[in-house]
Design a protein around this ligand. Structure first.
Ligand code: DGY
Length: 421
């Protein structure tokens, strides 16, 4: 085991609050949905039982309607805004009122396949909850075909340019005074703007005003956009959930039908003018007309094609390290601002899983080695400047440590030997 491996394990242990893992101390003091799923994958490299515990704790906060919230506020912490007093969802433990990328089934399959014998009982307990969550996505978020998000935070790619056209229609001017806490942890240059936050809170206030009723929010809420990223992650998660269901001897025909329906909606998020998958404002049908990293998650769902590959290579070759979160050849690209340009190890790992499955072994290896170089140079930061490698956001980050242990550290010969992602 190398020094970096030891450091990565130590970060997972330090951020472990007993059954759930903080993304990082300070900036994110609660349990976040997709962070937790990545954490589980990381734990599985040295403590499989702890990996299942992480997924159990996440799914234990599932709402009665099937939704699994994006934040679970296990213990009060004044260091985060907006906390449970702003969301007011009335859940126990308190939670936010939106979801986050549904990658849990993807990670559950990877973890199950490490040790199927002992994993079986853990999977049996988790499986019905995962089915219920996937049903919620289909019924509540796929009403327009592809996956719709009702808040940029639901995408996990909070302030990426994909959402600019939808956010332009959100009126944040009536939001009362509030104090952001993120800026006490990370420089403002790397975080969303005040205008973004006013609008984020205005959308939360709308959800609160209708008692977090999904039908009302989808119908009348201030923001509704089709998200290519979640669409592809959910497609892959449906397929993986069906594999898990078959392993348990379950009837997976409902899951298969969701996957077929969702796949048939992909033409609705293909933008011919961009030659790529693209986000879309579902209030007026307009495309975002911006190439974002969510489009490249198409590979994860077996939906890559030659035009998309050309766009991937164009954007990627315009930087030096990793796939950028926004197109480096457009003016709004900002290499250090959160999801408006930086490269994210977790997204790189998901894209690489897809590239490998699609036979693009060399591209997947290039992505792994560039991501590994960033971590080797600077450690386990939340995200990185893809041009000059500057580490950005929170440090000692759980998901970057997890991605190191599961993927970035593995040289190609080792991957071939293990059949790893
Ligand atoms: C934040 O607070 O920045 C989170 O990303 C919201 O989920």
């Amino acid at each position: 085991m190398t020094h970096l491996d030891e450091q990565a394990r130590a970060i997972l242990r330090q951020n472990d609050k007993g059954g759930y893992t903080l993304p990082t101390h300070g900036l994110y003091p609660y349990q976040w949905n997709w962070d937790s799923a990545f954490a589980a994958w990381g734990f599985a490299t040295f403590d499989v039982a702890r990996a299942w515990d992480e997924l159990d704790t996440l799914m234990a906060s599932q709402w009665d309607n099937g939704m699994v919230p994006h934040i679970i506020f296990h213990q009060p912490d004044p260091g985060y805004f907006p906390g449970p007093d702003v969301w007011q969802t009335g859940q126990t433990p308190e939670t936010s009122g939106i979801s986050q990328p549904p990658i849990t089934a993807i990670m559950a399959r990877l973890i199950f396949e490490i040790d199927e014998r002992t994993g079986r009982a853990r999977l049996e307990a988790l499986y019905p909850k995962l089915v219920k969550w996937h049903r919620w996505w289909q019924e509540m978020r796929c009403t327009h075909g592809p996956v719709a998000i009702i808040h940029p935070w639901e995408s996990g790619r909070d302030n990426c340019p994909d959402w600019d056209i939808g956010m332009a229609g959100v009126d944040g001017s009536a939001v009362g005074p509030y104090e952001r806490r993120d800026l006490g942890h990370v420089h403002a240059d790397m975080r969303p703007t005040k205008e973004d936050y006013d609008r984020y809170i205005a959308i939360v206030e709308f959800g609160r005003s209708v008692g977090w009723d999904d039908t009302k929010i989808v119908q009348d809420g201030p923001f509704l956009m089709a998200d290519p990223g979640i669409t592809f992650m959910l497609l892959r998660a449906h397929d993986d959930l069906a594999v898990l269901g078959r392993a348990l001897g379950e009837d997976v025909s409902e899951i298969e039908s969701w996957a077929t329906t969702l796949r048939s909606a992909l033409p609705l998020i293909w933008n011919d003018a961009l030659n790529a998958f693209d986000a879309r404002n579902l209030r007026d049908g307009a495309f975002a007309n911006i190439l974002g990293s969510g489009a490249f998650l198409a590979y994860l769902a077996g939906a890559g094609n030659p035009q998309l590959e050309a766009q991937l290579l164009r954007a990627w070759n315009a930087v030096n390290y990793g796939v950028p979160s926004a197109d480096p050849e457009v003016d709004l690209f900002n290499p250090r601002k959160y999801w408006r340009g930086p490269t994210w190890p977790v997204v790189n790992a998901l894209i690489a899983i897809g590239l490998n499955a699609d036979g693009h072994i060399d591209l997947a290896e290039r992505l792994r080695s560039e991501t590994a170089a960033l971590i080797r140079k600077h450690g386990f930061y939340e995200y990185f400047d893809p041009v000059d490698t500057t580490p950005c956001g929170g440090k000692d980050f759980t998901w970057t440590a997890a991605i190191w242990l599961t993927w970035a550290r593995h040289e190609p010969q080792e991957n071939a030997a293990k059949g790893a992602a």
